[in-house]
Design a protein around this ligand. Structure first.
Ligand code: B4P
Length: 202
């Protein structure tokens, strides 16, 4: 059996799941450092395309500014490329992906092709009031046009309820979802996420 296949069996892959503003990006930075994972954020990948003003970025910006989701084939294509470019890592931390059931099915297939799977889905739980407060606050400094308008923030939360909560149901079928309280200090939440990962890795 090729070495990469043996290695991929040892990979531990995590999905950090939750509504916009729940702390996915914030906690991802800390988790990748602690567990030596490769961070794959579809939001960051899309913003890189926007900054470079590629045709994909220009199309994505118009969609993201409305608070709705970018088409599945676009984000799945980005993740496929990223998986191909990062063979041999300890594992991936997926942040903001998958966001629809079609994306979840595509991810399962891509991981299976690489002889690996999702180890755990960590679902951050934060009240809607707190989400809106955090995103408006980030909008003051982030330069992100999707964070400055409350109507767009509400559309993003609505999109999450309409299309993304089903992703947790998808992974619940294989008992992979652990719920973690996403309110409190960044350190408290990080400790709770780390404890959940350590428990699942045993
Ligand atoms: P993302 O980039 O994924 O962004 P997000 O969900 O808005 O933010 P995140 O959850 O990472 O923010 P964080 O809590 O860390 O998506 C943006 C857009 O891209 C989407 O609307 C969509 O259009 C598109 N997109 C991305 N992925 C897609 C996909 N798979 N399919 C289709 N479209 C896709 O931070 C929020 C704020 O809270 C920060 O200011 C932070 O400092 C603060 N914060 C964090 N933790 C805190 C705490 N404990 N207490 C107080 N504040 C806290």
């Amino acid at each position: 059996m090729p070495e990469t296949n043996n290695r991929s069996k040892l990979m531990f892959n995590i999905i950090l799941f939750g509504p916009p503003g729940s702390g996915k990006g914030t906690q991802s930075e800390k988790l990748i450092e602690k567990y030596g994972l490769k961070h794959l954020s579809t939001g960051d990948l899309l913003r890189t395309e926007i900054a470079a003003q590629t045709p994909l970025g220009i199309e994505a910006k118009a969609i993201m500014d409305k608070g709705i989701l970018v088409p599945d084939d676009v984000v799945v294509g980005m993740i496929k490329n990223a998986l191909e470019k990062n063979k041999g890592v300890n594992g991936f931390l997926f942040d903001g992906f998958p966001r629809t059931e079609a994306q979840a099915i595509a991810l399962d297939n891509l991981l299976q092709e690489n002889n690996t799977e999702i180890g755990v889905v960590l679902a951050l739980e934060v009240s809607e009031e707190e989400l809106i407060k955090r995103l408006l606050n980030r909008g003051l400094t982030s330069g992100r046009s999707d964070d400055t308008n409350e109507a767009v923030i509400k559309a993003r939360i609505e999109e999450y309820h309409k299309k993304t909560t089903v992703v947790a149901d998808h992974y619940n079928k294989s008992a992979k979802v652990l719920h973690v309280k996403g309110e409190g200090s960044v350190e408290e939440i990080f400790a709770a996420l780390s404890a959940a990962i350590d428990e699942r890795k045993k």
